[in-house]
Ligand binder design. Structure first.
Ligand SMILES: *Cc1c(COP(=O)(O)O)cnc(C)c1O
Length: 393
């Protein structure tokens, strides 16, 4: 099936579905096997040597998992894709596969908590220098990149204050310096943002979030240029951070509704942001879709929708945050994001709990900040819910 010219909603449903399974099954079979038997030794050898397509051992490749990889490959318009057991496995395997002692990485201060830990603790141990820049300071990023580096690691929008980086601008600066550019597109989703089309070399997703979409599955994906993806795949074959076929199936099923869900979540988040922005008990709203947001102009250029996550500050202390959150009905007070149901919580006790109040302040995370990841509920109900909970403080 040639899906090159089809739109992303169509590709989400059909990509990879028919190439591998010729038996007419209309959903992807979960191939729960570790190993693949051959009747003919010569054929086995050909597959093992990569002369013929086929499967040998499921730590390396599996037909169900291959369908998922084909879906993200097409959605991000990439040459190749590979998968991992979690988003952090995708990120760490990518960094460890591509970097060596003596290399230098330039990134931002606001990257995902686990990624930050790799930058601050694990890479320095291997004698890899990491320079973290102020997230929205494009001049500083360009200056550090121009000093020379192996890899530039970006994320936009960021967690939890939705800062925006001009991916095209920083990718161009990286190219000039001969550095590889990797972007975490978890918050963007392939529906709203396609970093490869902006000059980025590799895109990473925590498919645990929007791609899976139902808070029932951990998964990571990497896609981009073939030789780079192959290098990362070969590293993963050995680290063994492999995605299980049953898990792959959950993500495949989730991805079929990706465009529907993300469009709805974009709409919900924009409406909710506008409602909160006008509310007297809310002091600040962070959402790239608001034209008061610092990164709005860049976001408008590089995103087709502004995503399902927003954050806001209550005009009050941590006690008011508690009262407010306890009165919300249509929300799970939980970590994570991108699910069909709304999830909310204060970053001060979830994603950034390991930092001191002072360190959080530096990142613009106040004690009254709440991250809100809209689900696919009706926006009227979510807004009514927020309204009544705000009345309680
Ligand atoms: C959740 C998340 C990750 C890590 O993904 P896991 O699947 O939990 O390992 C990485 N990056 C971003 C932006 C995330 O939100």
């Amino acid at each position: 099936m040639d899906l090159k010219k089809s739109k992303r909603g169509t590709a989400s449903v059909w990509a990879g579905e028919e190439e591998l399974f010729q038996d007419g099954s209309s959903t992807v079979p979960i191939v729960n096997t570790v190993t693949y038997a051959y009747k003919n030794l010569d054929e086995w050898v050909d597959v093992a040597l990569g002369k013929k397509p086929g499967f040998i051992y499921s730590r390396n490749t599996n037909p169900t998992v291959a369908v998922l990889e084909e879906k993200i490959r097409l959605l991000e318009n990439a040459e190749a894709a590979t998968s991992f057991s979690t988003g952090m496995a995708a990120i760490s395997n990518t960094l460890f596969a591509l970097l060596k002692p003596g290399d230098r990485v330039v990134s931002i201060k606001d990257s995902y908590g686990g990624t930050s830990k790799l930058f601050l603790e694990f890479l320095p141990k291997l004698n890899i220098e990491v320079q973290l820049c102020e997230t929205e300071d494009h001049e500083q990023l360009e200056k550090e990149i121009a000093k020379g580096c192996t890899l530039v690691y970006l994320e936009s929008p960021t967690n939890p204050t939705l800062k925006i980086i001009d991916l095209k601008r920083i990718a161009a600066a990286s190219k000039k310096a001969g550095a590889l550019v990797v972007a975490d597109n978890t918050f963007g989703t392939p529906i709203n943002q396609n970093p490869l089309e902006l000059g980025v070399d590799l895109v990473i997703h925590s498919a645990t979030k929007f791609l899976g979409g139902h808070s029932d599955t951990l998964c990571g994906l990497v896609c981009g240029e073939k030789s780079l993806v192959h290098k990362i795949f070969q590293y993963r074959e050995i680290t063994g951070a492999t995605l299980h076929p049953e898990t792959a199936y959950n993500v495949i099923r989730g991805m079929k509704t990706l465009e529907l869900r993300v469009n709805r979540q974009n709409e919900n988040a924009l409406k909710i942001s506008r409602f909160l922005y006008d509310h007297p008990k809310i002091s600040r709203v962070f959402y790239p879709g608001l034209d008061t947001h610092r990164g709005h102009d860049i976001a408008k250029r590089q995103m087709k929708g502004f995503g399902g996550v927003l954050s806001f500050e209550l005009d009050g202390d941590y006690e008011s945050v508690k009262t407010f959150l306890h009165h919300l009905k249509f929300v799970h007070l939980a970590a994570s994001l991108g699910s069909v149901s709304t999830l909310a919580g204060p970053p001060s006790v979830t994603s950034h709990v390991e930092l001191s109040e002072q360190q959080r302040k530096k990142l613009g995370i106040s004690e009254s900040l709440i991250r809100y990841s809209t689900g696919i509920e009706n926006s009227e109900d979510l807004i009514d819910d927020l309204k009544q909970a705000l009345e309680k403080i």
